[in-house]
Design a protein around this ligand. Structure first.
Ligand SMILES: *Cc1c(COP(=O)(O)O)cnc(C)c1O
Length: 292
């Protein structure tokens, strides 16, 4: 599945001041079921798991996690068993209305549920050992999917020709996507990350993986925190879709593109800047909710 490359850069048809242009890298079109950056982050993890002879892959996530959805679908397609450990044990017998988990189970994922307290310590050896006793040996992918293999995958987002852009903008969750982009960027480019959550700790997380310092975070567009958004953001995204035909999700990419347009007004970008924004995907389920 990891050969498919349907991505192109599309000009965003909005009026912009001072000769500035925005192009959107349509990573959302990368794969029907495993969209955008989750595809990039899983690629070398799944290849490595297979190479090392693991038949099972275990990972963690929230009940609406794009990472859980992507892992389940990729596992089905690649013939790797998947186990998803979900935050919140109250969901254990109560997720029939949850499209992410329902689809994950249809894709063959085995779900396990953890209390929020235990979930906070999920990286600890005793907990991993307990999971191994329960599910058998597995290849572990961390929550959000960010590790060295994931960065190898996100380093493949930028392509030949993208060095023509002055700025590259992307949404940030754990920082794995922006780290890969930073590593494959050119020194004359500025990479700007727009965190989808309140998180100045992200500077440190990104530095762990980034091999260049031509980047910064714009912290003002989290809309109250992870998975929080408001009617203003939703109506902005509806209007943008009507104008351009490109739909952005309100959890990650919507906050980023909102932030980019605000920062253009505030004068952060130089005259005649060529800006590339990465559409990292994450759209399933949003068509109806955004009510386009
Ligand atoms: C997970 C996710 C992100 C965040 O990626 P990180 O590598 O964790 O920073 C951004 N956009 C979408 C659509 C996602 O699903």
């Amino acid at each position: 599945m990891f050969e498919s490359e349907n991505v192109y850069n599309e000009q965003l048809k909005v009026e912009l001041p001072r000769g500035i242009t925005i192009f959107v890298k349509r990573e959302d079109l990368l794969h029907e079921e495993v969209s955008g950056n989750k595809f990039r982050k899983l690629k070398y993890n799944i290849l490595k798991a297979q190479e090392l002879g693991y038949s099972k892959l275990l990972t963690f996530g929230g009940a609406y996690s794009n990472h859980i959805a992507a892992t389940a679908a990729a596992g089905r397609i690649c013939g790797v068993e998947t186990i998803g450990i979900i935050r919140g044990e109250e969901l254990e017998n109560n997720y029939t209305g949850n499209p992410t988990l329902t689809k994950a189970v249809e894709d063959g994922m085995t779900l396990g549920f953890m209390t929020r307290t235990e979930y906070r310590s999920k990286g600890e050896v005793e907990i991993i050992d307990r999971l191994k006793a329960r599910y058998g040996d597995f290849y572990l992918v961390p929550e959000g999917g960010t590790n060295a293999e994931a960065i190898k995958g996100t380093e493949e987002i930028l392509k030949e020709g993208d060095e023509a852009f002055d700025y590259i903008c992307t949404a940030v969750g754990t920082g794995g996507t922006i780290a890969g982009i930073i590593n494959s960027s050119h020194q004359n480019q500025t990479i700007l990350g727009f965190p989808a959550l309140k998180g100045s700790f992200l500077y440190e997380d990104i530095r762990k993986f980034a091999t260049n310092d031509n980047w910064d975070l714009v912290l003002d567009y989290h809309f109250g925190g992870y998975a929080k958004y408001n009617e203003e953001l939703l109506s902005f995204l509806r209007e943008l879709y009507r104008l351009t035909g490109v739909l952005f999700d309100p959890i990650y990419n919507g906050k980023m593109i909102y932030g980019v347009l605000e920062e253009i007004k505030k004068g952060r970008f130089k005259d005649n800047s060529k800006i590339l924004v990465i559409h990292t995907g994450g759209l399933q389920g949003w068509n109806e909710k955004i009510n386009i």
